[in-house]
Design a protein around this ligand. Sequence first.
Ligand code: ISC
Length: 405
Amino acid sequence: MPKATDNRVDELAPALSTLFETARAQGTAIAAWRLPHADNWQVAISLQPDYKVGQPVLEHSSFGFLFCPFTANEQHSNLFIKADLQASSEKSAITIAADAPTEAAERFQEELALQQFPGKSKWHLPAGSELATEQPEAAYKNAVKKAVATILAEEMEKVVLSRTLTLPIPANFSPVTAFETMLGLHPRAMVSLVSVPGVGTWIGASPEIMVSVDQNQVFRTVALAGTQPITNATSTANAIWRQKEIEEQALVERYVINCFKKIRLRDYTEIGPKTIIAGNLMHLRTDFKVDMKTEPDFPNLGTDMLHLLHPTSAVCGMPKEPALQFILEHEGYDRSYYSGYLGPVGSPDGTQLYVNLRCMQLLETMAILYAGAGITGESSPEKEWLETQYKLQAMRRVLGGLNFE
Ligand SMILES: C=C(O[C@H]1C=CC=C(C(=O)O)[C@@H]1O)C(=O)O
């Protein structure tokens, strides 16, 4: 068995697939991720008996990976995958956290060395029977019509309506190969693979930062909205945005500024909106930045903004309460961890939380893909449906090279 010295294991770091298989066989939670524009992936494996947490507190957190649902409730909890074991594609060894449970760490290393992975399922599955529901086109378009009527009646300004698509998982599908494929396809995205016993396995390539606080104490968030496909004729330089998208993104921007106002923070930098690329799509994005070193009154800015922002107007709507009610009443399915948030906290890169978008959940034989679109008074059900089709394309491609219809 490899020996742990100074919290390190003296051996070459195993392949991501071996780590993933071992975590599956040992019944432990694993998260693998690659930050936008980064060269290396990282892995956190928790050896804790439970992963559930309450409202996350980011400051002074130990290193781990947060995985939180759209709405935390009895079925879906906020989860923290503590990095008891850490690995990365740039390090030649696994790091064992100083406070990791010793016996569990030894068991994990033994299994890792054996490379035998008994068990039926290929990844962690949700407990009970999570049904792979799907919203029929007519039901989605009907919900959009109702949303437009509610907005025109001035009961809300914007709501994001989402839907699922259920597809069979090809027999030779591997989540780790899918993760590696996404690294190449989505260099600008936060690419993730999260697998938790009893909760399930999620894969995604998110374009939207929720809250980040880096090592230099710089806080960042964005207002992201408005969508159009990239075609041969379009690029970020000559993208033309309709009034509908400009207003939709401005609402998200206003939402972020309102959150700053609630905590009376005035000194933030705002850049944009700019056109950005996310896979096969373009969006409008405004970047917000706060140098926390010059804001001593806001030591918990990351946590405070996280709680105020989530769920943002890019996934829920404005005002937040009526939009959330509309979603719960009319969307017709459980979003689970789609449009929640995920990412490393207390890591060498600081805290980097992203909105869980452009993602899918792996069941035993089926995958559930998720996508939503921002509805305003000018929305057309046909166009919003098409927009969700575009957004689903990223995960369809990862799942098996299916072509867009
Ligand atoms: C809700 C999603 O995207 C959000 C982020 C960017 C653009 C959006 C839009 O144009 O509607 C959405 O607000 C999704 O991808 O499922």
